[in-house]
Design a protein around this ligand. Sequence first.
Ligand code: FRU
Length: 533
Amino acid sequence: MSSRLDAARPETAPAVTTRFRPAIHFAARDTWLNDPNGLVFHNGLYHLFFQNNPYGSVWGNMSWGHATSRDLLHWTEHPVAIACDETEDIFSGSVVVDHGNTSGFGTADEPALVAIYTSAFKAPSEHGGTQAQSLAYSTDGGMTWRKYTANPVLTRNSANFRDPKVFRYEGGQGAFWVMVAVEAQQQKVVLYRSDDLKSWDFLSDFGPANADSGEWECPDLFPLPVDGDPDTVKWVLIVNINPGAVAGGSGGQYFVGQFNGARFVPDAGSLAAPAGLSSIADAGARSAALQQCLWLDWGRDCYASVSFSEVPDGRRIIIGWMNNWDYANELPTAPWRSSMTLARELSLSTAGRTAVAGSAPLLQQPVLIQQPVLAGPPAEAMGTFELRDSELRDSAVRLPDAVPGSAHIIEAEIRPGNAGRVDFLLHGSSDGREGTVLSYHPGSATLTLDRRHSGDTGFHTKFASAESAPLVLEDGILKLLVVVDHCSVEVFAQGGRVVLTDLIFPEAGSRENRLSAEGGTATILKLAVSTRS
Ligand code: FRU
């Protein structure tokens, strides 16, 4: 963790950057944020707690900031919920609604919200240098919090035991709380159980497996029906990793398998490297296996994704931190720095793996489908553009320009036909020198998001990049939903089977958007652009 502080710029009064402030993504008003924490739906409100430096624009003084929303698009920031002090920083964790008042913090009629967070203990504490799990609780619906006086409730005397995600398990083995956390440097997820959230018993551990060349952080574990069938349920284990993700630096991988109340067992089909990629000696085989791991996102900027508790109707919704530790402290915005991804609703589908890998034994392996939650006020009529059944041959269609104050949403169904590539230019300059390019290459069946000429890329040597995901089309049709906000591009391809998220920092005048095809004829079956603010 200290390397992050070392990397952080000393703070002099920063110039205020409003140009890049997102229209429909959460950013703190004037401070730093990282991981989403304590995501919970309660009394009609989505609560987003988050890793926050209440005193600055770089990582440090970690506390839980707080925001709420009714639609997951528009957020209201509240005062800091759980603050660091001289003995501890408040690292990532989760919130549960203690309906049965198992903790005694609330009453049977008025259940408390209980936060389970990592205490990153500082030298003055008797636990100095360790990370252990602690509780705080709220009896006013999440607005104010009190730390439990007998913290920490679970320690392993480890310096890297963190990021507890707690959920209520009800199944064959009874009903109890389960905690999934990490031993970050051992690439292990550790599982515990409790009846009262205060006293915890070890259940099992999982890992290393698949991507394991960085620290494992921010795990999550939840059930989902396969192909919508409530009788066929699988469990998804999300494991974020930094560095060592598929696009470099921070990213999220997941495993699909079974959880019996004690142990998570991955399906063979979700294991590209059962003993971890580090066990593969040959570099070529290792990088091929990295591509075969299951990735939440193939872009550079989706990390620490975890899910909400208590969303009605069994919906499973995640939010990630739209950033990468490779350059997070250097983003060219101030005094706010960093934002969250859109909320994404998850489902599991067996029809998905072909689009990712195309390898026969893996075809029945369910994969995650992600759809952005965009229900909000209706799309602005003025910004709406539609085109159907139109051919493109070495030509371009000009789409509506980006509008300051709004995000724009592009929905497209395109048959690449015999075109060599199909390109969307996003936030392009009129002289054609600047722009972010999203391309599909039918020859290599890859979708690439290229931000090398996206605007300001010079603030960090690792920022300029192009990310690719394997993408096999069904029926020869490329289906895209692209959400472009002032400093981000989120691409949901083939109904959300493949997702790519990248930050961009375009020049103020770079607002042009275009679609073009090269080297053959592509057919636009459907193209619609709308705005949201
Ligand atoms: C992930 C992470 C967590 C930790 C938090 C500290 O980005 O490193 O493991 O709890 O950030 O801010």
